[in-house]
Design a protein around this ligand. Structure first.
Ligand SMILES: C[S@@+](CC[C@H](N)C(=O)[O-])C[C@H]1O[C@@H](n2cnc3c(N)ncnc32)[C@H](O)[C@@H]1O
Length: 223
């Protein structure tokens, strides 16, 4: 795998994280945004990790759920924790084994932060838009650029190496990205915005970070 492809999924890092069990994922699911979703809706959790959000969704009686992730060890963990749910390892991300216009709701929680490059993020959103039904929802939760000195120092240190301000390497070796808020407007320009909320969330390494959640809808063809 080329360095560029590897940066797009970093499976070795996520496999080790799954095996160690030390990473907590904590982006909150804002249930009011999903209250009009039919209980039989098809829901895809892209980058599902160990199935945390799928479990929250199942508690809301949503039962047509699928989770995908590039890390085989995350998927193994997810299957072990939730044996009745459907999980798939993605070998060639972002390509999904799903027909066009077949999914009602997609969740993308703390995944863009793991995909440092613009090009890879754009091709992911393009693939998610392909599988969404017209009027389907894409719910994104991710991290913003932080104002504190620790983060600003690491953005500055890594900007030249990675070519994007906000991309940095964590102390334990993941290449992550924090985003200016207008990047999400650019990235999600093909979808209709419905709602935005700001969150404060503990990162997987235990720091408090500012994040953003965006609810968008795929336009209907003649919209
Ligand atoms: C921070 S965790 C979040 C997990 C889950 N969404 C949650 O919030 O509980 C990020 C997950 O994204 C997965 N991932 C990273 N790059 C990916 C890609 N290009 N395609 C699919 N999954 C990816 C990782 O393996 C990891 O499980």
């Amino acid at each position: 795998m080329s360095e560029r492809d590897e940066l797009g999924s970093q499976s070795a890092y996520w496999n080790a994280a799954a095996a160690s069990g030390t990473k907590q994922f904590a982006h909150p699911l804002h249930l009011p945004w999903l209250e009009d979703v039919s209980r039989s809706a098809t829901v895809l959790d892209y980058g599902c990790g160990y199935g945390r959000i799928m479990s929250d969704l199942a508690q809301q009686a949503l039962n047509n759920l699928a989770g995908v992730d590039t890390s085989p060890k995350m998927i193994a963990q997810a299957r072990q924790r939730h044996p009745t749910m459907q999980f798939t390892t993605l070998d060639t991300p972002p390509t999904l084994p799903m027909a066009a216009a077949s999914v009602d709701v997609i969740l993308l929680f703390a995944v863009l932060t793991c995909i440092p490059e613009d090009r890879a993020q754009r091709s992911l959103i393009c693939e998610l838009t392909r599988v969404l039904k017209p009027n389907g929802l894409l719910y994104v939760s991710d991290l913003l650029l932080q104002n504190d000195q620790r983060n600003q120092d690491r953005y500055a240190k890594s900007a030249e190496r990675y070519g994007t301000y906000g991309v940095f390497k964590t102390d334990d070796g993941a290449v992550c990205r924090h985003h200016p808020s207008d990047w999400f407007t650019t990235l999600l320009a093909g979808l209709d915005p419905i709602a935005t909320r700001h969150i404060t969330v503990p990162t997987m390494n235990g720091h408090e970070s500012e994040g953003i959640q965006l609810l968008t809808r795929k336009p209907t063809p003649n919209h």
